[in-house]
Design a protein around this ligand. Structure first.
Ligand code: ASP
Length: 342
């Protein structure tokens, strides 16, 4: 199976990707253990991330933040906590960091606002919750979880979602909380390029966060949180809060994605990966590689996913030049990667 995947990646996907000016990378999944171990994988966004545009200081900050999030999730799992709690704990760290396009570091809309989306799904029950277009919520992932656990609904948007959150004790912040100079400068660059009729600068669009976890009880879950895409307008909503597109989990498979959301929505990326694994009996790695490296690439859809199955096998294919990502298993040793060649 692994050889087939390698064959596919090298000989079929590579020319396609070369044509699309993208790169191929799929992380090898470890061999299946006899019993379900607990584990957690995360991403901090995929996109044009290269050593050439990265300073050593910034790289250090990213690695430290990813490590901190991994350790926070691991602590929950090691203590017997649920995959949902681990996901929330790890995503809180990234939502509070200005480095990621989620929570504090959310990108700006064309009107200079921050509109946040998030979702969470419990694979063991198929329960899910999501919010879109919220502007005053410090931790959108927690509001998504409240929607799942304290309402009869799956998805809430805008001021209604915030009113529900307020009733249920979610932490609200003023709009000014989400101002960061870096994201503001990104918006100015993107809008200047748009005025000139140029393509948007490629490095201005990444940073969504997502976590997939398997707990000691064998329960899989997935969560994703984002500010969306720089310069988005008209109340645009991406894939992150769409169950099945940016986030999906069932008893056997859990996925969180990052990338150009419109492609992830049209291809129902997260649930397509789990469906391929189930119906076609593909390994998780085969299923995820097919969707990210073949289907999306053919359409020009840039991005990547993190995915895990109920045995703790995991994979992280992405068709962009980099993806902030990490893994932590039972041994508690955090591993983080940024570029495709590491
Ligand atoms: N998927 C997100 C969106 O389209 C953006 C990202 O992952 O960076 O809203």
């Amino acid at each position: 199976m692994r050889r087939m995947t390698r064959f596919f990646t090298l000989f079929l996907a590579a020319p396609l990707l070369a044509a699309a000016d993208a790169s191929v990378y799929a992380q090898a999944a470890p061999a299946s253990p006899a019993r379900a171990p607990f584990a957690l994988v995360l991403h901090g966004g995929a996109g044009t991330i290269s050593r050439a545009t990265m300073t050593p200081e910034l790289e250090k900050e990213y690695r430290a933040a990813l490590t901190q999030a991994l350790v926070a999730g691991h602590q929950v799992l090691a203590g017997g906590g649920s995959s949902l709690d681990a996901i929330e704990a790890a995503i809180h760290i990234m939502e509070d960091s200005p480095l990621f396009n989620a929570g504090k570091g959310a990108v700006f809309t064309s009107a200079g606002k921050n509109e946040l989306d998030a979702s969470i799904m419990d694979g063991s029950t198929l329960h899910a919750g999501s919010v879109a277009g919220v502007m005053h919520v410090r931790h959108p992932i927690s509001l998504a979880r409240l929607v799942m656990e304290k309402s009869p609904h799956v998805m809430m948007v805008g001021s209604g979602a915030e009113a529900f959150g307020q009733q249920n004790g979610v932490e609200l912040v003023p709009e000014s909380y989400f101002f960061t100079q870096r994201r503001w400068d990104d918006l100015q660059r993107v809008q200047a390029a748009e005025k000139k009729g140029d393509d948007a600068p490629r490095d201005a669009k990444f940073g969504t966060v997502g976590v997939v976890a398997l707990d000691r009880a064998g329960r899989l879950a997935a969560g994703t949180s984002t500010g969306g895409m720089t310069n988005k307008r008209w109340g645009r909503v991406g894939d992150a809060p769409i169950i099945g597109a940016g986030t999906y989990a069932n008893a056997r498979c859990a996925v969180s994605g990052t990338g150009h959301g419109e492609f992830f929505i049209r291809n129902n990326v997260a649930s397509d990966i789990c469906a391929r694994a189930e119906y076609l009996r593909e390994t998780l790695e085969q299923a995820a590689t097919h969707v990210v490296m073949d289907k999306l690439v053919r359409q020009g859809g840039e991005g990547g996913v993190i995915a895990m199955d109920d045995r703790g096998n995991w994979t992280m294919p992405f068709n962009s030049s980099g993806m902030y990502r990490g893994h932590i298993g039972e041994d508690g040793k955090p591993q983080v990667w940024i570029y495709r060649d590491e």
